[in-house]
Design a protein around this ligand. Structure first.
Ligand code: ARG
Length: 596
């Protein structure tokens, strides 16, 4: 095997070691190769860790090896002829350290340059065609807060990666557009609008926050208003036209606010709010009861799940349906109506318990496979995330103590970036095109907000800090935007056109150790995505992107690109780096800049 046959370097190494293990130990035909990247690149690029576990399995058998090192030696002796490995060495009790051949890595990069980044898309972790991602999902009439921003950013990246890897992705916005809060909103609106609810117009919902606050204050303080609000819910749910019209107006006003955020972030979602499932609730609860999954308890209808203290309440004692009822209807509709092979829910970790119950109930109803670890479709995953905190490590609030409005947050990121870019250009005496500067500031500012969120392991809480996210050095989007723009400018200033170089048969060759290291970093792209998909952890991509830019810096410090004998190969290596960085940006929902 001289060329790149598998989807990644790791896949090619696995194929080689699978063959070697099979040949050396025919008694263990099911042994899976255990190949991993070396933690310390001084020892090797990859390592094979099979010797110890295989030794354990062979122990006591006839002709068993005496030590794990003997197992490793036997595997090495059985390796088929190949062009992948430059060298191997034995370490410790039997680890096999691997150096990958520069020519082999170059083949992978040339293949990508000729055929596009698509050749580096790894396979999905299971046989899934249609994947539904439920994310963002703010609540009508309430402020979209930083938690929803986090869900939006994480969800979008997850969708982008799934799509890149060939899934047919449906991005669903499970907006909280139904429920008891509408009773108080509509009742209050009717009472304070001259002429009553029938006379209410768009102007009455123009300040939704104020409407929400005022009606909530009355709901909490006035006993008889509370009663009237409850009756208003019943009227709405029984289809009263004036109530429905008011409900629609409130939803429209919220929708306009949400869409303003989505369009800035460049995120598209299909709205499918809780109200969509309303007509299905009665039947779903009926089915769960019939199946014996749900039972009556203290007047309510509940699903009890082993090992969980609280049940899932699918119908309240007053006959009403809540958040859990809707999620049961939604999961069934998505599996049966939408034919989902995998459903991914992106919410704060606080909802892990809720989704654990929903999934368990759906398994008992037979809508999902019994085995929760199985990767066979249909599969469900809850992607939880931690809190966004203020710089002081406390709840994220404005100085006056109000919730931070997302629009203002994005405005500030953008205007700070506009200042930086303007100052840089003025200093360099470059002309300023206001429209272009505005677009660059958006790309940089919104990108910085997204990156600062995505680079954290999603389960941890993180502190929101403009200074940290806009730092020109370190693992920030701003630094990486500069790094990318610099590579683009190296290629641009050389006067060569990468497409023309490729058309003329130009190729990447990896000779200098820093060229090989950069090449290897590039070739690891599919592995980073594969790991990201395994646990749905976008920070795997940000870590990868940052390490790639470091590998590029080391290459660029030691290797002359323009003017040397290796000019064509090195320019193409720059081009491959820029393309890979851009693909990462794209997956992270960040618009790359070619010039800053
Ligand atoms: N609206 C909910 C919230 O703001 C999130 C909904 C998540 N999706 C779901 N299917 N429950 O917390």
């Amino acid at each position: 095997m001289a060329t790149a046959a598998g989807n990644s370097v790791k896949a090619d190494l696995e194929a080689l070691f699978r063959a070697a293990i099979g040949a050396a130990f025919p008694a263990l035909p099911d042994a899976e190769p255990m190949v991993a990247a070396c933690n310390n690149s001084a020892n090797g690029d990859y390592q094979c860790n099979n010797a110890m576990p295989l030794f354990g399995r062979l122990k006591g058998k006839e002709g068993a090896p005496k030590a794990p090192r003997d197992v490793a030696t036997a595997i090495l002796a059985a390796l088929p002829e190949n062009g992948v490995l430059a060298s191997t060495s034995l370490a410790g009790p039997g680890f096999i350290n691997i150096r990958v051949a520069g020519d082999y890595v170059a083949t992978r990069i040339n293949n990508m340059l000729q055929n596009g980044m698509g050749v580096w898309a790894p396979p999905l972790p299971g046989p899934y065609k249609r994947v539904i991602v439920d994310f963002s999902s703010p609540n009508v009439a309430k402020e979209m807060h930083v938690g929803h921003l986090r869900s939006t950013i994480l969800g979008d990246t997850i969708c982008n990666v799934l799509e890149f890897c060939g899934a047919d992705v449906v991005r669903l916005n499970h907006i909280g557009d139904w429920g008891t809060q509408f009773g108080m909103l509509i009742q209050h609106m009717g009472e304070v609008t001259p002429g009553g609810l029938d006379a209410a117009g768009d102007q009455d919902v123009s300040d939704l926050m104020a409407l929400y606050r005022a009606s909530k204050a009355r709901f909490d303080a006035e006993e008889d208003f509370k009663l009237r609000a409850r009756e208003a819910v019943t009227r709405l749910q029984s289809g009263d036209e004036a109530s429905l019209a008011a409900w629609r107006r409130i939803c429209d006003a919220s929708r306009r606010e949400f869409n303003a955020i989505y369009s800035r972030l460049g995120v598209t979602l299909k709205e499918r709010g809780e109200s969509f499932y309303n007509p299905m609730l009665k039947d779903v609860v009926g089915e769960l009861k019939e199946l014996g999954v749900a039972v009556e308890s203290e007047g309510a209808t509940c699903v009890f799940v082993e090992g969980k203290e609280v049940p899932l309440i699918v119908q309240k004692s007053d006959g009403g349906y809540g958040y859990a009822s809707t999620d049961m209807a939604a999961i069934k509709q998505r599996l049966e109506g939408e034919g989902a092979d995998w459903i991914v829910y992106v919410t704060d970790v606080g909802q892990a318990e809720h989704f654990g119950l929903v999934f368990a109930a759906a398994r008992r109803a037979g809508w999902l496979p019994k085995d929760e670890k199985s990767l066979e479709p249909p599969r469900v995953s809850h992607v939880g995330f931690g809190l966004v905190l203020g710089e002081d490590g406390k709840k994220f609030k404005t100085r006056s103590g109000d919730v931070v409005r997302l629009v203002e947050l994005l405005d500030e990121a953008k205007s700070r970036c506009a200042d930086t870019i303007r100052a840089r250009r003025e200093e360099a005496g470059e002309p300023i095109d206001e429209a272009e500067l505005e677009a660059a500031a958006c790309a940089m500012g919104y990108g910085a907000v997204k990156y600062a969120d995505l680079k954290n392991s999603r389960l941890t809480n993180y502190r929101f800090s403009f200074d940290a996210m806009l730092d020109l050095k370190g693992n920030t989007a701003v630094y990486l935007q500069y790094a990318h723009a610099r590579i683009a400018s190296i290629v641009r200033k050389s006067g060569a056109d990468p497409a023309a170089l490729l058309a003329e048969g130009g190729q990447v060759e990896l000779k200098h150790p820093k060229e090989v290291a950069l090449g290897l970093a590039l070739a690891r792209f599919p592995e980073a995505l594969e790991e990201m998909l395994q646990d749905l952890v976008p920070n795997r991509i940000t870590d990868y992107l940052y390490s790639l830019s470091e590998a590029f810096n080391q290459f660029y410090t030691e290797c002359k690109v323009v003017g040397g004998e290796e000019q064509t190969s090195r320019l193409l290596l720059c081009e491959a780096t820029a393309r890979t960085m851009r693909k990462c940006f794209e997956l992270l929902g960040i618009t790359p800049l070619y010039r800053i």
